[in-house]
Design a protein around this ligand. Structure first.
Ligand code: NAD
Length: 320
């Protein structure tokens, strides 16, 4: 008989820079009382479990251990952060063939032990791998979530907040589409605590320079390349983004976030996972929100969907 998922238990598959950083945020959060770390490199998972456990006397009690796929039977949330990361100059989509092979083995093993967890995909290219995981696992679409453009949106908020000298949490603006080069900023509905961006510029006298906003978007889109050139990988901010998604799931907060999820005709797009605003809660993605876009944004979103669809078509033979 299937074991019911334990809401206090999570698993992290892939304990490299990203997986270990996510696990670290989980120890700080107090949301879980059990966390299993799984990695092809068992010694790495064991080392991370020991290191994280040694911080527990300063935090809340938690059982942290290196384990295997059989430990997933009662996990409520499974993070998948295993796989190669981008090398300098490499696009996320170029990672695809390597990470598809890794996912084939991981997804097969997950579904052998549980069909009732929520799967949160972080590995790149995240939109393609979210779709792959959903199709191959047989899980319902709402229970397979990609981190999507939650990180990219945070990058935009941080830059815009800095530019406007306002708390980045008061910025409401989305990056949507592929978590990658074809993503776009939704400037048409960007606002600061409900104040339209143009009005905010007028009220504050800040320089409303379209070129400046375009540069800001380019900085968001290319941020990973610059970070990778500097330190080899990106991991702290994605860990915070995953923590925020996790919080909304565990606490059923119904937060609106641009996670990667299956589209069923929204924006005239179907049968592809993309980062779009969605309500996220304890059952996973509860609803995709079709936010207003201007014509230019809509065309860019559809083009972004085409980019991801082309990748899916190229690797269709892997979908068995
Ligand atoms: P990393 O190389 O540091 O770690 C990857 C880990 O996966 C390693 O520990 C490796 O042993 C493990 N692994 C490989 N194959 C495995 C398998 N079959 N089963 C279990 N574990 C396996 O890489 P990283 O920097 O942690 O990045 C991981 C992924 O996260 C990359 O694809 C990266 O592009 C992606 N990433 C995504 C975002 C996002 O916004 N979605 C942000 C940053 C990084």
């Amino acid at each position: 008989m299937a074991t019911a998922p334990n809401k206090r238990k999570c698993a992290v598959i892939g304990c490299g820079n990203v997986g270990a950083s996510i696990a670290y945020t989980y120890t700080m959060s107090g949301l879980f009382s059990e966390m299993v770390l799984i990695d092809l490199n068992r010694a790495k998972a064991e080392g991370e479990a020991m290191d994280l456990s040694h911080g527990l006397p300063f935090l809340s009690p938690m059982k942290i251990y290196a384990g295997g796929y059989a430990d997933l039977t009662d996990a409520f949330l499974i993070i998948i952060a295993a796989g190669a990361n981008q090398k300098e100059g490499e696009t996320r989509l170029q990672l695809l063939s390597t990470n598809l092979k890794i996912f084939a083995s991981i997804v097969r093993q997950i579904k052998q032990y549980t069909t009732s967890a929520i799967l949160l995909v972080v590995t790149n290219p995240v939109d393609v791998l979210t779709y792959y995981t959903m199709r191959v696992s047989g899980y319902p679409p709402e229970k397979v979530i990609g981190s999507g453009t939650v990180l990219d949106t945070a990058r935009l908020k941080q830059l815009l907040g800095n530019y406007l000298s306002v708390d980045s949490r008061n910025i409401h603006a989305f990056i949507i589409g592929e978590h990658g080069d074809s993503e776009l900023a939704v400037w048409s509905s960007a606002n600061i605590s409900g104040i339209d961006l143009d009005d905010y510029f007028r009220i504050t006298g800040a320089c409303n320079d379209n070129e400046c906003l375009q540069d800001m978007f380019a900085d968001v889109r290319d941020a990973a390349y610059r970070i990778i050139a500097g330190k080899g990988a990106t991991y702290y901010a994605i860990a915070q983004a995953v923590m925020r998604i996790t919080q909304s799931i565990l606490r059923d907060e119904n937060t609106v976030m641009p996670v990667s999820t299956l589209l069923h005709g929204e924006y005239g797009i179907s049968d592809v996972c993309l980062g779009v605003p969605a309500v996220v809660g304890v059952t996973g993605v509860k609803r995709v929100l079709e936010i207003p876009l201007d014509e230019n944004e809509l065309q860019k979103l559809r083009k972004s969907a085409q980019t991801v669809k082309q990748e899916l078509a190229d690797c269709h033979a892997s979908f068995v």
